[in-house]
Structures are given as C-alpha cells and as structure tokens.
Write a protein that binds this ligand. Structure first.
Ligand code: GLU
Length: 385
C-alpha cells in the first residue's frame, strides 16, 4: 500500500549501483580479485532504459572505479596505499564510464560523467551549480552518472562512500525515490551471516519508519572488502533522505528482476520512509551535507532555549568546545548527556569560542569591545533534530 503510494508520486529517481552489483564476482573470484562485469553493466543499462521509458528521470550514482582500476593494474593486495587507490580510481573511472557509455549507446541513451567531492557539495554555490548541470542533462534525456572524485580527494575530506553520496544527490536533484542496489536483500533484524545467529533466523525488515539508535546498531559496520559502505552507511544515507522527505529502498541488485519488482509495487528489500520530510533546502544542506568540523557541548538551559523556544545559541550556554574549526563552519550541538541535538554554522572560530564560552553578553563586550556576534549560532543557521 505505502509502496503504491510512493510510486504514484515519482517523477525522478536516483539509483545507486554498488561495486558488488557490477562486479564479476559470480565467476568464482575473491572480492579482491574481481573486476567490472560488462554483462551486469549491460543488464542495468537495459533495465534503466525501461525505467526511463516509464517517463521517469533517472540519475545514476555508480561505484566500481577503484574495483575496475585494481583489476586493470593487477593489484589484488588488500593493503593498497592511498595514492595506489587513487591511481586505481583514475584508471577505473574512465573504464567504468566507457563501459556504461557503450551499454547505454545500444539503447540510444546518452550518458554524462559527474565527479563530485565534499568540497563541491560543502560550498553552497558549487552545490547549486552541480544541481543546474544535472537539471540541464535531465531535460535532454541524458543520464548523469555520478561518482566521488576519488583520485583527487584525500581521506580526511572524502565523502567516503557512495551510499552517502547517493543520498546527497537525491536531495540535490529533488528526487522522489532513492534506490540503493546492494548485494544483500535489505536490512535484517540481526546479521544473517553471523554464526551465533544460527538457529535464530534473521528476518528482513520490510519498512523502517524512523532511523533510531536501535536501527543504527542493527545495521552494524561493514566487513566487506569490496564495498566501502555496508549496511550502516545505507541506514545513515536513508536517515538523510528521510529527513528531506525522500523514501529510500535498499534492495538486492543481484536479483535481475529487482527494478521491475520495485516499479510494480512488490514488497522487495527494506523501505525507509516516515511519511513526510521535515527540513528542506539550505537547512538540510547544513544538517546533512556539510561535514561537521567540531562540536559544542551546551548546558541544560541552552538546550531548552534551542529545542523548546527556537532560540539562537549564545556563548553563555556553551560548556565546552571540541575540535578546531574556523568561522562559518558546521558544528554539532551536543547536550550534557552526549546526545547530538542539532547542527549549525558558527560565528566564531574554536580559539575565540574557548575564550568566551560560558560568558554573558556584557562581559564579552567588556573583554572584546567593538562589534561582535551575540549569537554563536544564529537560529537561521541552526537545525534542531
Ligand atoms: N567511489 C568508489 C569507487 O568508485 C566507491 C565507493 C563506494 O563503494 O561506496 O570505487
């Protein structure tokens, strides 16, 4: 029922294809040896053409660059250095696109490559530029194929995984559905691969209405060498899209009929959908696209003012700062129990904040003199979760 409702409202869909979905793993190779499977890429070109023929705009987020490059270079070691991985990404990305291009050409569809980095997405102007480019491509029936710009981004500033990237892209292009094609059926109530679960069968969760701590725990962390994400990053990605009002489906992309099943309203995979989204536009970007550079721990009084009265955050309510950050950066706002209550853009760098934390406005005036920001985070730049 919910799925039918969602399908009725779709105009645009983002499909994320994981490395394991387009790998030639089925040919008996270990995860470190396998490369790109042209057959699977062709398969998805055919299936995506069918989705496009239904009148939907399709944006693809595809992994597989590092995997493809690794195979081409014959590097099957687990411990590749960062430059080696980046070299693999550079070689693999062009091969990946070449393979997609050839497969889609057979279906008379043009494709375009877009490589994004955190720097692009964290800058509001560049973020909007990317949006306009994608719009222009979709207007012409071109399928944008997006990946992270792996060969130039270093580990600390990476988006890191394409689940997160696909959620950001879904919000960027205002999609009505994000489909994450993975190599598992969806989210289970316990890890189906763990030995200690033998006897107690893991059950697939068909619908998650809220991503709470229990769901995050259930998702666990990945131990798959081929993919970066695992279920945890998928759940966090779904949390992002849900708060924007976009449903997310995590399904098994190795099931050849999965896209048909989704679009005929069958109950496949796990649907993450709360019914409606709360935050949009710039505030969503602050909360879910920007990488927090640090944290502010606030006292109970400040928490109440922020959460219940919709106020700005003042220096007086800050107990502690964590991390080093500059003016204008995104930071987490944490309560005394360690729970994150929101995120916002700071009007002070961490060094100055250390000086004025806990102080009332007149005292700051006396200390600094001249003009200064009364708010550490103005309510217009603050998102409460
Ligand atoms: N961007 C990486 C690649 O193309 C994949 C990241 C991921 O699998 O999440 O190889």
């Amino acid at each position: 029922m919910i799925r039918q409702e969602i399908l009725k409202n779709i105009k645009r869909v983002v499909i994320k294809i994981g490395s394991s979905v387009i790998s030639n793993r089925d040919k008996g190779r270990s995860s470190l040896e396998c490369g790109l499977s042209k057959d699977w890429v062709r398969h998805y070109a055919r299936k995506i053409k069918q989705v496009q023929d239904k009148g939907y705009d399709v944006v693809l987020v595809s992994s597989g660059a590092i995997m493809a490059g690794r195979e081409r270079l014959g590097l099957s070691r687990a411990d590749l250095s960062i430059p080696e991985k980046q070299a693999c990404a550079a070689i693999g990305q062009s091969f990946l696109m070449h393979t997609y291009e050839k497969a889609f050409e057979k279906k008379d569809i043009k494709v375009a490559q877009i490589l994004l980095s955190n720097d692009d997405l964290g800058n509001r102007r560049r973020y909007l530029n990317a949006k306009h480019t994608i719009e222009a491509l979709l207007e012409r029936g071109v399928i944008p194929i997006i990946n992270e710009n792996d060969s130039v981004t270093v580990e600390e500033i990476k988006i890191g995984d394409n689940d997160t990237l696909s959620a950001t892209v879904a919000c960027l292009v205002d999609a009505q559905l994000l489909i994450i094609l993975s190599d598992v059926e969806g989210l289970y109530d316990r890890d189906p691969s763990l030995k200690k679960n033998k006897g107690e069968k893991a059950v697939l969760i068909s619908h998650v209405a809220r991503v709470n701590e229990e769901i995050e725990r259930t998702a666990g962390k990945s131990n798959n060498r081929l993919t970066v994400g695992g279920m945890y990053t998928k759940v966090i990605a779904a949390k992002k899209t849900m708060s924007f009002g976009i449903p997310t489906l995590v399904v098994n992309g190795l099931d050849e009929k999965v896209l048909e099943n989704i679009f005929s309203g069958k109950e496949v995979g796990t649907l993450f959908w709360s019914g409606k989204g709360k935050i949009r536009g710039r505030k969503h970007w602050i909360a879910h696209t920007l990488k927090p550079a640090g944290s502010l721990i606030v006292d109970a009084g400040a928490k109440k003012a922020l959460v219940e009265r919709g106020k700005s955050l003042l220096p007086a309510g800050i107990i502690k700062t964590k991390g080093e950050f500059e003016f204008g950066k995104a930071v987490r706002v944490i309560d005394e129990t360690g729970k994150e209550i929101g995120r916002g853009l700071v009007n002070y760098n961490s060094r100055d904040l250390e000086q004025i934390k806990g102080m009332k406005t007149p005292a700051i005036k006396k200390m600094i003199g001249g003009s200064f920001y009364e708010e550490v985070i103005h309510r217009d730049d603050l998102v409460i979760f």
